[in-house]
Design a protein around this ligand. Structure first.
Ligand SMILES: Cc1cc2nc3c(=O)[nH]c(=O)nc-3n(C[C@H](O)[C@H](O)[C@H](O)COP(=O)(O)O)c2cc1C
Length: 269
């Protein structure tokens, strides 16, 4: 016989589907923030900071380990250098700027402190470490959005990864996934499109989109690449990042070098 469940979950008022959609539709990546008059970051009220860090730590985690660390960037010089290394100036002006890192080091230290050894699992470290880091970071961002802020994930950490490892004194087993900025918006970007759902949500088995569906997706996504004096051309933007000679190819050797330096490389030497 199954034991009777005697505890009950705390009652939370359910949100309607419309409220859930409205919350997520209010999300915008924002890169300009309200600052103090001299342009320096406007700090978050302590209770807001506490709530968003709490949200980050409530993220689910693989195998109980919490394979991530958040490095808050607080000193103006550290902010300025991180902004420079990542090519993302808003790191210097956001109310809060954090580097969201994969961290398998702490787990190893806890194993050591309890008289255990650490196994060899560098590929698994990257797999679940990035997953944990993303879940904590995205929890933090949505909590900030609930409080009326907006933010920006910054994959630009890959532009200056070696420099960031030095700047933040990141030891072996710790690797930045991205930075995250939070603040009160000083710009109102439009709602940015997403590819049509049938290309993203598959049923029972993976299905490639047809050439027609892919062309339609590009049409729909074009506005995401629009700049003040240019109409959007999403394929061109994708090419700049992902095609031969694009920025991702430029980042690849630096990421491989950082994975090796941090003891997280699972491939051939
Ligand atoms: C992992 C990740 C890395 C990103 N890196 C950058 C970045 O380096 N600089 C930047 O300005 N925006 C960055 N973004 C923001 C994206 O450009 C933005 O999320 C995307 O254009 C969709 O816009 P939306 O968030 O307003 O819907 C990043 C987003 C993610 C999730």
């Amino acid at each position: 016989m199954l034991p009777r469940v005697t505890t009950s979950l705390p009652v939370r008022p359910a949100r309607t589907p419309e409220e859930v959609r409205a919350f997520y539709d209010a999300h915008r990546t924002v890169r300009r923030y309200v600052t103090r008059e001299d342009g320096s970051p406007l700090p978050l009220p302590p209770e807001h900071l506490e709530a968003i860090l709490h949200a980050a730590q409530r993220a689910p985690t693989d195998a109980t380990a919490q394979l991530y660390s958040l490095i808050r960037l607080t000193h103006p010089e550290v902010r300025a250098r991180a902004a420079e290394l990542t090519n993302n100036a808003h790191i210097a002006t956001a109310s809060e700027a954090l580097t969201v890192c994969l961290d398998v080091r702490r787990t190893g230290q806890i194993l050591g402190a309890t008289g255990n050894h650490v196994g060899h699992w560098p590929a698994v470290a990257v797999h679940f470490g990035i997953g944990d880091a993303v879940m904590a970071g995205q929890n933090l961002l949505t909590a900030a959005e609930m409080l009326g802020y907006q933010g920006c994930w910054i994959g630009g950490v890959l532009n200056g990864l070696g420099g960031l490892l030095d700047l933040l004194e990141l030891p072996q087993g710790v690797l930045p996934f991205a930075a995250l900025t939070i603040g009160t918006p000083a710009e109102q970007p439009p709602l940015r499109p997403r590819v049509p759902r049938p290309l993203v949500v598959h049923e029972d088995r993976y299905r490639d989109g047809t050439p027609e569906e892919l062309r339609e997706a590009v049409e729909l996504m074009n506005p995401i690449a629009a700049r003040r004096d240019h109409p959007g051309d999403w394929a061109r933007l994708l090419r700049a990042y992902w095609a031969p000679g694009g920025s991702m190819e430029g980042r690849e050797p630096h990421l491989v070098a950082a994975l090796k330096r941090q003891g997280l490389w699972a491939g051939e030497e």
